[in-house]
Every structure is written in C-alpha cells, then in structure tokens.
Design a protein around this ligand. Structure first.
Ligand code: MN
Length: 714
C-alpha cells in the first residue's frame, strides 16, 4: 500500500502546485473513517481508496480527483456525509464524491446483454464530470486486481459486469491501458481454461522460438537507423484475451493465428510516421488487407496510429503500429492524457477545459456524431434511464413522467396506469423522472387514458396513444348526442324517426353508416334539419328560425334519461344546431351569455365578460344573441374554481365534504401547484346556477383549510 508521503510525492512529481495539505488531510480522513473495516483480502479497508488514488496518479490527474479517489467510499460505507466532506474539502471534491456514491447505488440486475449498452449510457449520463468516471474506472480496476480474494460466485458476476460494462466504457473514453487490464483479469476469471491453454501455448512458443521478440526489435531498430528515422521500438506478445477474441472472430484455431506478436514504432512527428512506414513496406512483404491509417482517419474515440501487417524479420508474421509519442499517450490514457498535457503546459490553470479539448479532437474525427456519443458526456443529458422493478433499463427523453415510462414498457400498461411508485414511494403521475429511478407502474383495468395526461407526457408513443383514445372517446359522445338531436328534431315535427330512413340518405352526407351521420350532427358538421329534409324531401318546414322548443345541452357525458320534453336551457338558438359551453369561462345560469358560431362545432356559449370574445370583435356575423331558458337551472353546469388549500392532512377531504354538503358535485380536480405549505387547485363543480356556485364559494371562504377561493372564469 502507498504510504501517505509517497502518494503526495507522486502527485507533486507532475503537479508541483498540488494542495499538499488537502491531500494529507484526505488520506488521514479516509483512514479514520474506514477505521477497522477489513477487505475480503484481510487488508485494512482504507488500503483500497489509497490504491485507487495511486492508480489515478498514473493518469496525472489533479489533486481534486486524487482527494475524491481517497474519499470515494466514505459516504457509502462509513458515517461520513457529503456536507461534512464539502466543509472539509470544498464543493468540487464533494460533488465528485456525491457522483461516485450515486453510481455505487445503481446496479443492473437484468441478465440481458442488450441492456448493457443502456447501462453504460446511464453511467455516462450520471457522471456529469468526467473525473467521476475516471475515478469509478480506477475503483473497478483495483477491485478487479484483488478479485481473487472474493467468493467464486461473486467473482464471476463482477468479472462479467466488467467485461460487459466497464471495459467498453474505458475504451469509449480512450483509456486503452485500463480497458486491456480489465479485460485480461475478467477473461482469466470467466474462461479459466481458455486462458490457461492460450498462456501455455504462448509459453511454449517463447521457449521454442528462443524468444523472438528481442531479436525482431533489434532488427527493426537497425532498419530505422539505416533509413535515418529516430525511433523507439517496443514489442510484445498479444494478450491472451485479444488472441482469444481473434480466434472467436475469425473462427480460427490458435495455430492459424500467425501474428501473435505486435511491435510499436514510436517516432517524433507525423512526417516520421510515414517515413517509418515506407521503410517497413520497402523492406518486408505486406500482408494484404492489414494496412490501416488511423492518423489520416482517427477512430471515433480519438485513437490515432498506423497499423500494418508484414512478414517481418525471422520470417514471422507480425503486426506493426507506428505513432508519435503524443498519439501514444492519448491512445493509452484517453481523455486523461489530454488533461495531463494541457496541465503540463499550464494552459488549464484551475478551470477545466474538457469540453474545449473534446471539441478539438472532434474537429479531426471522421464521424463527429459517433465521436460525441462515445466521448462527450453531455451527449446523454437529453435522456434519462430508469429501472423496471425487474431491473431492466428503459431509456426516455428528459422530463419524462411515469406515464411515458408506462407506455414505453407496453401500451397496455400505459392505457391502464393509475399511479406510480418511484423508488418505493407513491408519486403523482406527472412527476419528472430522474436518472436511476426505479419505477413501478400501478394499473387498473377500469382505468382509461386521460386527456389530462397529454399536458405532461413527452414521448411520442404516450401522446399518440392518449390522443387516439380521446378521439375515439369523443366520437362516442358525438354519436350519442347526434342521435338525440335528430330524434328530437324529427319528433318535434311529428315525423317518424328511424334508422331505415337514414340509411337511404347516407350518400347525401358522405357518411358510411348511420353512426357517421349521428357523429356529424353531434359535432355540428351537419344540421339535424338538413338530415330531416333529406329524409322527407316533400316536408314543408314551418318553424325554421323560431326559438327552439326544447333543447338540452349535455355536459360531461352524463346520461340523460329525460326524453319526453326537455326544459328550455338556452333561448335564441337555431333548431338542431350543436352547442357547447366554452371551456374558458364556464358560464352558469345567472351569468349573462353570448353565442359564437364556430366552424365545425356549432355554437360556443361564453359569458359576456369572457376575454376570449375579443377575438371575435371584428366578426359580428358570428355573434348570436342568446339567453338562459327557463329550464336552465334544472340541468347541471360546470363551474370552475381556483382554490388554495393549506397543505395539511385532511384539507382535501374537508374541501370535498364542504362542496358535497352544498349539493355540489366535483367533476374534476387538478392540483396545479404544490408547495410545502399550500396546494393550488382548479376544481370543476357541477352546480345548478351562479347562485349555487356563489353559495359554495361563501361556504369555502368560511373554512380554516381554505386560504383563497375564487371563480376561475377567464
Ligand atoms: Mn471502491
């Protein structure tokens, strides 16, 4: 284990200005907090964060990252709190530790490998600062290095997770070194036999070939010198895991893989790369299709190098990579190297310029979109990832709600959802979901999609499903209304009303069924009088233009069983004309009213002081002088109230009791705002008339639970 002064010296070796005091305090703090806790290896627990910090120094990270590395498990595993860490080490360290604590709490339970991609995105999205991810990877690397101390079952699970999630993540941000080490350890764990047989064969070859690697290096060095290129050459056998993967990919046996050795030629600048390439290709036979120029066309993660395959010295097939020292650093250390470079030049100072640097790489990348997706964390800021109770991950656009989640799971779940538990707690359906939330949707067969949902859902799937339902549902209402209007019109003229008669005139109204005609009449597209005239062409109408004898406006889809003679509700309407109350002002008998002829929907009834009327000021031909009929108060109407209630237990119950005692019936209730102390609600109440609503308002004003109440009629 690194000693305290060793760690501080390491950091100071590349960052002389590092905050020595804070590093020392963090080391001691981690040691104290983890106290006597032990690792499975029997080592004191604090050796783990110290080693993690040590790994981070390899990437020459700033002291904030090193300190966060030392503290990364304190909040999760000890009595330390984020507040305390903020106080002792400042807001930046606290933010990193908080990010790491959150990452530690999410866990992918699903065994489905397709979910791994989503999980990686979740980790990226949650690591708002890339240093969180770097520390997380260092943490995982140290856990993998000490994996052999764990129980076999746990080992398999962690190794698989490393291979599925963390190694690809390391690759994405260009950290080749970490990626390779993670893969090798995981491979050894998951495929012990394959690992052992490949290692044994590599050993055998080494003995047989009397160690070819140094001989080939020597020859290549000579070649470069003769060609006048200054170069450093290294060589290695390929790793067991990369050999195994190649065997799988090419469906080949070990013997068929001829190039198990790889050499690297590192030169000063880009020009020298191509010079070195020329020397290699003029001296040795190229293996077809092995040449790749990632300098002119870098990989999406920023990787730059020239690759080629040749029949090299000693007549062996080898792979050669040619690159500059800077490319090499970046290839091995990824984003961390960019950071270290800038820091070395003191360009960065205390501000982080990750994004700037990433954009610079981006300019050179061949596929900007893919590069962004692979590297830039902001990429996933427009998405949230939430878990199902089974541990599957669902990716949704930002600001999604449980209803969006429900529709993403299945439209059946969406259509029948009545509530949601988020992280085990019942929450309103309009709650905005956060990354890593576990969402359980409560359903009921009696539930239908509500038009209310349309106001807060964000996914296309949810919107489409809700609108489809509302449309179908509306048509049902239009059909019922149209049928009643027609029947009433026919009977009012003492004419027989039958479906048979209507079937004969379907083409006149471009209708395909009798139901279609009903719907058109109900919606106000076709007048009941026109239908009647079509069925009885010879009938002389006598009363057109007179005040309709009886007409009942229907509100809120309530069934109407009075069919004999409905009381007059509104005077001044043309018979058969569809009519509805405007949603803006909710006029009640007692309010002065005016009708506006709308296109397609008949007459809209507004109260005379409704602001919406201003829109029609220049179109007097659309205004209709109407008034309440004598029978208006026999029906029910919707009055709308804005209420502010104290946010205390029982106040909602009080509200509904008071309204019920006043013989009002709550038709709809919507909480529009909610604070610690108040609820703000819009309440729609079925009342007889204005006086009825005024009585209710007065009653509510007298109550202790209600701090404000007024008509919401604008
Ligand atoms: Mn840890």
């Amino acid at each position: 284990m690194l000693r305290q002064y060793e760690l501080v010296d390491l950091v100071k070796s590349y960052d002389p200005d590092a905050d020595e005091d804070a590093l020392n305090r963090a080391y001691v703090y981690a040691m104290k907090k983890h106290g006597a806790q032990l690792r499975t290896s029997g080592d004191p627990y604090y050796s783990h964060p110290v080693e993690v910090a040590g790994i981070l120094t390899k990437f020459k990270l700033d002291s904030t990252s090193i300190i966060a590395g030392l503290l990364h498990d304190t909040v999760e595993d000890t009595d330390a709190t984020i507040d305390e860490i903020r106080e002792l080490f400042g807001p930046q360290v606290a933010q990193l530790v908080d990010g790491l604590t959150k990452l530690a709490m999410i866990e992918l339970k699903s065994k489905d490998t397709k979910q791994a991609e989503n999980f990686r995105k979740l980790l990226l999205a949650m690591s708002e600062d890339i240093r969180v991810l770097l520390i997380k990877l260092a943490d995982r690397l140290h856990n993998m290095r000490t994996l052999h101390f764990c129980a076999p079952e746990k080992r398999m699970r962690i190794a698989k997770e490393t291979l599925d999630i963390y190694a690809p993540l390391a690759e994405r941000i260009g950290m080749q070194e970490i990626k390779t080490e993670l893969e090798e350890i995981a491979f050894k764990e998951l495929h012990k036999e394959a690992y052992e047989s490949i290692t044994a064969r590599l050993n055998f070859l080494r003995e047989q070939g009397s160690n070819l690697v140094p001989a080939i290096i020597k020859q290549l060095e000579k070649d470069m010198e003769e060609g006048g290129v200054k170069a450093t050459i290294s060589g290695r056998e390929k790793s067991p895991y990369s050999i195994w993967r190649k065997m799988q990919k090419k469906n080949a046996s070990f013997e068929q893989l001829s190039d198990i050795m790889a050499f690297r030629i590192i030169v000063d600048d880009v020009a020298a790369c191509y010079q070195a390439l020329g020397i290699v290709h003029s001296k040795y036979h190229m293996v077809p299709r092995r040449f790749k120029d990632y300098i002119s066309t870098p990989k999406p993660n920023g990787y730059k190098s020239i690759h080629t395959g040749v029949i090299g010295p000693e007549n062996t097939r080898i792979e050669i990579q040619i690159r500059t020292q800077e490319m090499h650093e970046v290839n091995e250390k990824g984003v961390a190297a960019h950071w270290a470079y800038k820091q070395g030049e003191k360009v960065v100072g205390k501000n982080f310029r990750w994004i700037q640097e990433l954009l610079e790489i981006l300019e050179e990348a061949s596929n900007p979109e893919e590069f962004l997706e692979n590297t830039k964390l902001e990429m996933y800021n427009d998405q949230v990832f939430c878990f199902t109770p089974k541990g599957d991950l669902i990716g949704l656009p930002i600001n999604s709600t449980p209803v969006d989640f429900a529709y993403a799971v299945h439209s059946k779940v969406g259509n029948t959802c009545v509530g949601a538990k988020i992280n085990g707690e019942i929450k309103p359906l309009r709650t905005v979901l956060q990354n890593g939330d576990q969402v359980e949707i409560l359903t009921s067969k009696a539930q239908h999609p509500s038009p209310e949902w349309d106001r807060f859902v964000v996914t296309g799937k949810a919107k489409a499903a809700i609108r489809r339902y509302v449309r179908a549902n509306k048509r049902e209402q239009f059909v019922a209304l149209g049928e009643q209007m027609l029947e009433r019109t026919f009977k009012g003229e003492n004419l027989e009303f039958s479906e048979k008669g209507l079937v004969g005139v379907l083409p006149n109204f471009e209708a395909e069924s009798v139901e279609d005609i009903y719907a058109k009449v109900g919606e106000g597209l076709v007048s009941a009088w026109d239908v009647m005239k079509a069925v009885y062409p010879s009938y002389k109408q006598s009363k057109l233009g007179k005040v309709v004898k009886s007409f009942k406006v229907r509100g809120f889809g309530k069934s109407d069983k009075k069919t004999k003679s409905d009381p007059v509700q509104i005077k001044g309407l043309i018979p058969g004309m569809a009519v509805h109350f405007a949603g803006c002002c909710h006029p009640l008998p007692g309010d002065r009213i005016v009708g506006i002829v709308t296109t397609g929907k008949g007459v809209a009834v507004h109260s005379i002081d409704c602001k919406a009327l201003e829109r029609y000021a220049s179109e007097p031909e659309r205004w209709l002088d109407i008034s309440w009929g004598d029978g208006a108060t026999e029906g029910s109407h919707i009055g709308r109230l804005k209420v502010i209630l104290l946010n205390e237990p029982g106040t909602l119950g009080d509200l509904s009791n008071m309204i019920a005692r006043c013989e009002g019936n709550i038709a709809n209730l919507n909480i529009t705002n909610r604070t610690m102390t108040y609820f703000e609600l819009i309440v729609d109440i079925e009342v007889r008339d204005l006086k009825h609503l005024t009585d209710i308002i007065t009653t509510l004003r007298a109550s202790k639970s209600v701090s404000y109440v007024a008509r919401a009629n604008q």
